[in-house]
Write a protein that binds this ligand. Structure first.
Ligand SMILES: C[S@@+](CC[C@H](N)C(=O)[O-])C[C@H]1O[C@@H](n2cnc3c(N)ncnc32)[C@H](O)[C@@H]1O
Length: 274
């Protein structure tokens, strides 16, 4: 399933970089900013936008109310709260121990589990109906290996869904580039993956029925940066979510050029041979 071509650069590291450097730097960044990161789900404006992004993302894949769900790169685990009543059980994995501590503080509950571990080492001894990741894949230096590991954790017929920043809008890409340079809390290792790169990586991992959907035009900035004052930003964020919900009906070719993010979903075939 993992037939990489030599020209594939998705698993390559910059020259001279050791395999652990990238992950260690990234984990240390998220450990350092964990408290600040949590605020995004605690303040009403960013919370509304983040909940909206999650629910819009998961519309890309069918799942039942009994679904066993794994979130990879779960951060402080607020998805567990947003999905309450929509799924069976939830397991969130993140290698930032500080974020997982917050997850346990804010989002513990029946049928909810949080694990502080690199997803590459995660061996739960069970499989899942739905695996999702919001903003994870572009942080990885080993995309193919991680996707292959996730597909192993899916039940046959199960779905993998990801929401990723995308490079189709040059203005947005430029804004991200500037933020990388001026915001010490924004990982400079991350890179946007194009729809073609994401699609190819999912196919190499063995996923089928791959679906791509643009996501987030006005609501994304609210999801990413907690803005004040909340009395003003909260109604603005809600209006942005509502507008994005309406825009969803525009043709994908047009939206794709406008949105901040891309949703990608694929199914593990029933006939998949591990
Ligand atoms: C951009 S944050 C997104 C967090 C959360 N999904 C959200 O939307 O707020 C990426 C998260 O992925 C985690 N992460 C990155 N690579 C990982 C890996 N290999 N294993 C586990 N967690 C990882 C980071 O610690 C970080 O919390």
């Amino acid at each position: 399933m993992n037939d990489q071509s030599p020209s594939d650069n998705l698993n390559r590291l910059p020259t001279g970089e050791q395999p652990t450097d990238h992950a260690t730097r990234d984990r240390e960044l998220f450990d350092r900013i964990a408290g600040e990161y949590c605020r995004k789900d605690l303040l009403p404006a960013s919370r509304a936008a983040r909940r909206h992004r999650l629910l819009q993302t998961l519309q890309a894949a069918p799942f039942s109310q009994n679904a066993a769900v794994l979130e990879v790169g779960c951060g402080a685990g607020f998805a567990a709260q947003y999905l309450q009543g929509h799924i069976g059980d939830y397991c969130g994995v993140d290698y930032s121990t500080n974020l997982i501590e917050y997850a346990r503080e804010f989002n513990a509950g029946p049928g909810i589990q949080f694990v502080a571990q690199n997803i590459q080492e995660f061996q739960p001894g069970r499989s899942f109906d739905l695996i999702f990741a919001i903003g994870l894949l572009h942080h990885l230096d080993n995309l193919d290996a991680t996707l292959a590991a996730l597909v192993q954790l899916l039940k046959p017929g199960g779905w993998l869904v990801a929401n990723e920043p995308q490079p189709a809008n040059p203005v947005i890409s430029f804004a991200r580039m500037i933020r990388k340079r001026i915001d010490a809390n924004y990982s400079s290792d991350q890179r946007e993956l194009s729809s073609a790169e994401l699609q190819a990586a999912c196919s190499r991992a063995g996923l089928t029925d791959i679906r791509l959907r643009p996501q987030g035009l006005f609501s994304t900035p609210f999801a990413e940066v907690p803005l004040s004052p909340q009395w003003l930003t909260t109604p603005c964020a809600k209006l942005a979510c509502w507008t994005d919900g309406c825009l969803e009906h525009l043709p994908a070719w047009l939206l794709n050029r406008l949105t901040w993010n891309l949703i990608i979903a694929g199914q593990k075939p029933e006939s998949f041979i591990d």
